[in-house]
Design a protein around this ligand. Structure first.
Ligand code: NAD
Length: 296
């Protein structure tokens, strides 16, 4: 029933907004995220093809006369693929990508393609049914007017569009993704070495601790290549991670000194730094935990 309602909503939206049928090729369109975008764009009524790694001998024909070519290949191959794609597309084709980093792919698209360029980063995994309320970061790079229909289509699917420069995006992702994923990786790595009995930890955990354990465990259920690529993509992030490690060490020294007063002072200063967000996050996480509990 939910699927039927979603379909009906899309049909109505399409009728109201007169989405024009466009010719689209998703490069890497049989991959995890590519497949999702092939489905979403097809459901909007577009003619969507894929170009996969064995399709390069036919690239000229596949990429001819496309309105949009969307790159969704592993991060480590993205720059080479952009260069190869650009050889075959016309100046009126929009070149866009879904890469989790933005500055290098956007620079490469601007360098190798003369036409409209749009950088996208869907802030969700490929396992979502729809992109309702999901954030899509975008870098409007060249010929914003020509690329507007792509953003309109995402808005039609109720995505939350956030415009950002490629550099600001990568700076923010250093905190949102790189630090988060690396800390999670280290936590899992540490657990493995310490080897506590997981079933016992789970049994003794209340929902919030189980959620934290789940957030760690879920990383390791996913694609190591994607996370390695995200963490290794930008060498500048290493300096940030090293500062984190130094502060961790300083925190240990605080414990060793037995200085509880200083710990409390630092705690309060971090609280002040979070400002109103601290109370907001407390309330929001309580709502999430309640929802998770009732949905179990
Ligand atoms: P994936 O490995 O599942 O898919 C990549 C696809 O590219 C595969 O189908 C592969 O066959 C194809 N491919 C490989 N080399 C190719 C080549 N030379 N030419 C054409 N196709 C080629 O990866 P994914 O997880 O779907 O990630 C794709 C992109 O999406 C990455 O840039 C990633 O940063 C971004 N992204 C992924 C997620 C996620 O959670 N998976 C989230 C946001 C953004």
């Amino acid at each position: 029933l939910e699927k039927a309602l979603e379909q009906q909503r899309l049909t109505e939206l399409k009728q109201n907004q007169h989405t024009q049928t466009k010719k689209i090729t998703v490069v890497g369109g049989q991959g995890k995220l590519g497949r999702l975008f092939v489905r979403l764009l097809s459901e909007l009524g577009h003619q969507v093809k894929t170009l996969e790694r064995d399709d390069w001998p036919n690239a000229k024909q596949i990429l001819a006369e496309q309105d949009l070519v969307l790159i969704s290949v592993p991060i480590s191959l993205t720059l080479d693929v952009i260069e190869k794609v650009a050889l075959h597309i016309s100046d009126s084709t929009i070149l866009a990508d879904l890469t989790s980093i933005k500055r290098k792919p956007v620079d490469a698209m601007l360098k190798h393609h003369q036409g409209p360029v749009l950088g996208l980063h869907p802030m969700f995994g490929p396992d979502v049914d729809n992109i309702d309320e999901q954030v899509v970061a975008y870098c409007a790079e060249r010929d914003v007017q020509a690329t507007q229909w792509v953003l309109d289509d995402l808005a039609l699917l109720n995505a939350k569009l956030e415009q950002v420069s490629a550099q600001s995006h990568d700076n923010a992702m250093a905190f949102i993704q790189v630090m988060r994923h690396f800390s999670t990786f280290m936590y899992g790595f540490h657990l493995k070495q310490e080897n506590p009995k997981l079933s016992e930890l789970i049994a003794l955990s209340s929902p919030i601790y189980r959620l934290e354990l789940a957030m760690t465990g879920r990383l390791f259920a996913q694609d190591s290549q994607l996370y390695a690529d995200i963490i290794y993509a930008n060498p500048d992030n290493l300096a940030l991670l090293k500062r984190f490690s130094l502060r961790f060490q300083a925190g240990i020294e605080l414990l060793e000194k037995g200085d509880k007063a200083l710990f409390k002072q630092e705690f309060e200063e971090v609280h002040q730094w979070f400002g109103n967000y601290a109370d907001h996050f407390l309330a929001e996480s309580q709502r999430m935990l309640k929802a998770a509990h009732y949905n179990e």
